[in-house]
Write a protein that binds this ligand. Sequence first.
Ligand code: FAD
Length: 460
Amino acid sequence: MLFRDRFTLHRAHQDGDRFEYSRLTHGCRVEESNTLIESRKVGACRDARANVRVMSHDLLVIGGGAAGVFSAITCAEHSNKSVVIVEKTSQLLQKVKISGGGRCNVTHACFEPRPLSGHYPRGEKSLIGPFNRFGAAETVEWFESRGVQLKTEADGRMFPNTDSSQTIVDALLDAARTAGVAIRTEQGVNKISSNGDAFEVDVNTGKSTSARNVLIATGGTRSAAGARLAASLGHHLLPATPSLFTFKIDDARIDGLAGLAVPDAEVRIHESKLASQGPVLVTHWGMSGPGILKISAWGARELAERNYTFDISVNWLPGIDAVALISDLRTSRAKQQLATRSPVDTLPKRLWLRMLAHAEVHESTTWSQLGKANARTLATELTNATFTVDGKSTNKAEFVTCGGVSRDEINFKTMESKLVEGLYFAGEVIDVDGITGGFNFQNAWTNGYHAGMAIAASTR
Ligand SMILES: Cc1cc2nc3c(=O)[nH]c(=O)nc-3n(C[C@H](O)[C@H](O)[C@H](O)COP(=O)(O)OP(=O)(O)OC[C@H]3O[C@@H](n4cnc5c(N)ncnc54)[C@H](O)[C@@H]3O)c2cc1C
């Protein structure tokens, strides 16, 4: 007799991925290795006496990051399907934990789909539809309905009120636990195959599991190891390239000023159309901050082709006519020495002193003594200072990778592969990435939601 039945798990019991039938007609026990959360649901089963293969799970999620966990929760909350997350490290959500300097920039207060999608150098058009159905407002609502209040900072970034990423990790793990998602850690998937009806997934412990649907959410790494699972099923991969990286600049004007921030600056890359505006931060090895990270994201591929060697112009006073400003100060501060104060409050005095040194203007010079040639040099330093970039930050400071599974091969309504039925994708494994500000997590929540809902509704 062949039967298909759903049943409640009474007791978790470990022995690989095999199901042990405690009652052959109505129930069974499932065995999960490294299970942190017991599954209360298991998939369609067949009679053990018939000695046929057992379908272990309706959905197997590869990767326990933001995208994988969100898809798993969504599917489990909206269906009776059995869901398991297989994660290669010892803990889920490790990037969520370290994100946003330990505060987790969950999303961005940008509630219209089109402007929101404009923050994705790769994926802009593909995300408009998905954001219509699950955008930043739905993210806020999702977390608030689970008791997590979010606050908005002046620049639009949204963080938990607690200023602790642990709040987000706890909310997601609680939701997974409540929805009955099974979790296996320290199991890296190294092979996947499909026979049309189901997938066979091999993990590095030597075991394999079958599942009707598989979601690949392995994130974006330079090695693209996770994305290669998709490639093994016929998908094309765009080369993995760093996005959101800082610029290495060796220049006396900023040397030793690490930590100094200019709240609003304009950055332009020479011999390119790339430009951005935002806060710029001086680091030990060059420049960072949203103004730099943004341009690194938009220029990820172009800058890689230029081997991260190029010149930039920095306007430290966007919107201000420096020539007019200096001419004004020559009258209004006539007797004051140039070194006494920076010309405008937003420009840190330490940076201004470096500009004076670079322009070879003595600090004791008063504004009325400033010659025309020096005035011109200072105006250039203030609004069009050239710096040579010679490299980018090391891997540790790279936040996001662009590249991954080609967007053309994914249906963005469901996140299902256009090539392999039952195969889904979410998060950074896809060739989608956003600029800094909460956009990368928003992409993970949005993809995760649509994939989870589609699998919940699927008849597979
Ligand atoms: C330091 C840092 C700070 C950041 N801060 C922010 C922020 O504040 N806001 C924001 O929006 N974005 C931020 N980001 C980017 C954001 O973290 C990522 O875009 C997001 O985590 C992507 O989610 P994901 O689930 O696709 O991938 P990941 O979070 O990378 O998760 C992928 C998971 O898959 C697992 N895995 C990989 N291969 C396998 C395999 N073969 N088998 C099993 N498991 C596997 C990995 O171990 C990992 O747990 C930050 C990134 C970094 C590095």
